[in-house]
Design a protein around this ligand. Structure first.
Ligand code: SF4
Length: 429
């Protein structure tokens, strides 16, 4: 979300400090079904984020219906984006979720402009569009319908099995626009907890057997459930890639784990696998190393050594990892699609290298979507509403210094470009 474009002008009494500066905050909500999570419902003024530096990215635009993510992956590279709201990159990122309740409505208006060039649009490049909140707010159906109706290619990356809810709509959209789907699945230790353990916590086949997936990604669906979602997508006739990332040094980079991961992805029907190593930006590094020191204190020293020079593991490690995994990806028949000889990139449905691969709007049959799904209404009800039933836009003196900081700060969208690992040619997304 382009916070710098959201006109931080009005402070709301009683709201969290960073949120208080948003004059588009509708209300903050807690519900029994989402214990420990607060939803901050806002009216956004823009839905499409333009990604700077298009030459390096296969996508020029993204949509982030949510900020923060209850999937709570300890390694999540989007964590620092919460700091722009004076929320922290740790617990707040997991539990203070910004919801753009009118995102689909705003998107339709943006896509209707004659200047819109039907550029491919990516979802899931920052926070997860199918995180748990989506079950409550149902923003994605309206977004998918708006994109398809406007002839805009769609790309979705998620860890959320809720994707299955929208498969009918995505299948229909794929009849009108290119659609790329991918599940992010990094850890494959489901069902390995009861047998074959060695004293050091590794199975004889080298798989660490300690519930790693649910420990490091505590809010996510299980690996098994995500693989079943890959299968469900494939059964509907759509391609589905798997993002095997991040690969965690000394935890999931054994040959046995990588081989097992690729075997499971292939068995689920994945059409390709992209991988990358772990990237630890400063605020993320603190949070991840906090988890590591609790769960695997024996590895903390090795991580400090590995990430001593910056947010990426050194080139030697990345080269070693590539040499280990690439032959396995090839052996499992999961290479990243077809190389485009003109660009050296990988051909993608949603991100054609050349505009001419996209037929002009007139050549496409009109989308037959039903009326766009209305923006999720602020859900009332059983919820305990913080600070009153709806926060009035009470005016107060703007926090000038904080506003200046927010406006001068690097906007979160630039993280998309900045955070992609250098060894990942971002060809699918
Ligand atoms: S699902 Fe993605 S966006 Fe959400 S916490 Fe995990 S890595 Fe971050």
């Amino acid at each position: 979300m382009r916070w710098s474009g959201q006109q931080l002008q009005t402070e709301q009494v009683g709201a969290l400090p960073g949120l208080a500066r948003l004059n588009n905050l509708v209300r903050s909500v807690q519900t029994p079904e989402f214990a420990g999570i607060t939803f901050h419902e806002i009216l956004c003024k823009s839905a499409l984020n333009h990604v700077p530096g298009q030459s390096a990215m296969p996508f020029g635009y993204t949509i982030n219906p949510y900020r923060g993510c209850s999937h709570a992956c300890t390694y999540c590279f989007a964590r620092p984006t919460h700091q722009y709201l004076d929320l922290d990159a740790g617990k707040d990122f997991d539990s203070e979720i910004i919801v753009k309740v009118n995102v689909a409505e705003v998107l339709r208006k943006e896509l209707a402009k004659p200047t819109w060039g039907r550029h491919p649009v990516a979802l899931g490049t920052n926070t997860d569009p199918y995180q748990r909140a989506e079950g409550r707010y149902r923003l994605m159906p309206g977004i998918i319908a708006a994109l398809a109706d406007s002839g805009t290619p769609i790309s979705i990356l998620t860890k959320g099995t809720l994707l299955r809810r929208d498969l009918d709509l995505l299948v229909e959209a794929s009849e009108h626009v290119p659609v790329d789907l991918a599940m992010s699945i990094a850890i494959y230790d489901d069902g390995l907890r009861d047998d074959g353990l060695r004293d050091d916590g590794l199975r004889d086949d080298g798989l660490r057997d300690d519930g790693l997936q649910q420990s490091v990604e505590p809010g996510t669906p299980t690996t098994k459930a995500r693989l079943a979602t890959v299968t469900a997508v494939r059964e509907r006739g759509l391609d589905c890639g798997v993002f095997l990332m991040p690969i965690l040094p000394f935890l999931t980079d054994t040959r046995a784990h990588l081989d097992e991961a690729l075997r499971q992805a292939k068995a689920a029907g994945a059409t390709s696998v992209l991988y990358s190593g772990l990237n630890l930006k400063p605020a993320v590094k603190d949070w991840y190393l906090g988890w590591l020191s609790r769960e695997h204190p024996e590895l903390v020293g090795r991580y400090h050594e590995l990430y001593a020079r910056g947010q990426y593991a050194p080139k030697e490690y990345r080269t070693w990892l590539a040499a280990r995994i690439r032959p396995l990806i090839r052996a499992h028949g999961l290479e990243r699609g077809v190389v485009d000889p003109a660009t050296g990139g990988i051909r993608s449905n949603a991100f054609p290298s050349f505009p001419e691969r996209m037929p002009p709007p007139a050549a496409r049959p009109p989308a037959r979507h039903p009326a766009p799904v209305p923006p999720a209404s602020p859900v009332p009800a059983a919820s305990a509403v913080l600070n009153g039933s709806a926060m009035p836009a009470a005016s107060a003196a703007p926090a000038a210094a904080a506003i200046r900081r927010a406006r001068s700060a690097e906007v979160p969208r630039s993280l998309i470009a900045a955070e992609l690992p250098p060894d990942l040619a971002p060809t699918l997304f």
